[in-house]
Design a protein around this ligand. Structure first.
Ligand SMILES: Nc1ncnc2c1ncn2[C@@H]1O[C@H](COP(=O)(O)OP(=O)(O)O)[C@@H](O)[C@H]1O
Ligand SMILES: [Mg+2]
Length: 157
């Protein structure tokens, strides 16, 4: 299922994040795509806030590519990766993403392209959010909920 949302201003990005936060169980994988400045971190910050996590903790990870924020009111934590600075062709293993994907935190990834195989293999329902710059004060989101293997969330024991 794909839907497009026009986002006029950062508050609209935050609103979309809050709306999506309300549908999450913590078992999902959020892939945030889009150029620098498209609003990916803005989205994650509002998502964290909606889950009862202090949004001030959410920044663009610089030296640390992966950050974990402890659970808030929603009852699950958030693992936030930003793979922008990951040199092309690097081994993802040391980042510990596999362990996080097997764990109990919600996982959100900015610049997810280099982890494609990991995302496909993890069995989590994938929510792909593509953010585009449409003007100085506007963005567009294309939200895609995968169906089938990764989309039904029904991974047996
Ligand atoms: N819908 C929007 N319309 C206009 N500006 C936005 C929107 N969403 C976010 N921004 C702004 O874009 C800038 C970059 O946002 P950021 O979340 O850091 O992008 P990214 O993480 O994708 O690089 C910030 O100044 C933010 O306030
Ligand atoms: Mg960012």
């Amino acid at each position: 299922v794909t839907r497009e949302v026009a986002l006029r201003g950062p508050a609209a990005t935050a609103r979309l994040a809050r709306e999506i936060a309300g549908t999450l169980t913590g078992r999902e994988l959020l892939l945030l795509e889009g150029d620098l400045g498209a609003g990916k971190t803005t989205f994650v910050r509002a998502l964290a806030e909606a889950l009862g996590i202090d949004p001030a903790w959410v920044s663009s990870p610089s030296f640390t590519l992966v950050q974990r924020y402890p659970a808030g009111a929603a009852g699950f934590g958030l693992a936030h990766a930003d793979l922008y600075r990951l040199p092309p062709g690097s081994d993802l293993e040391p980042l510990g993403l596999e362990e996080l994907l097997a764990g109990d935190d919600l996982v959100a990834v900015e610049w997810p392209a280099s982890g494609h195989e990991l995302w496909q293999a993890c069995g989590r329902p994938i929510l792909r959010i593509r953010l585009q710059v449409t003007g100085a004060t506007s963005r567009k989101a294309v939200v895609e909920t995968a169906t089938g293997r990764n989309g039904d969330g029904a991974k047996g024991p």
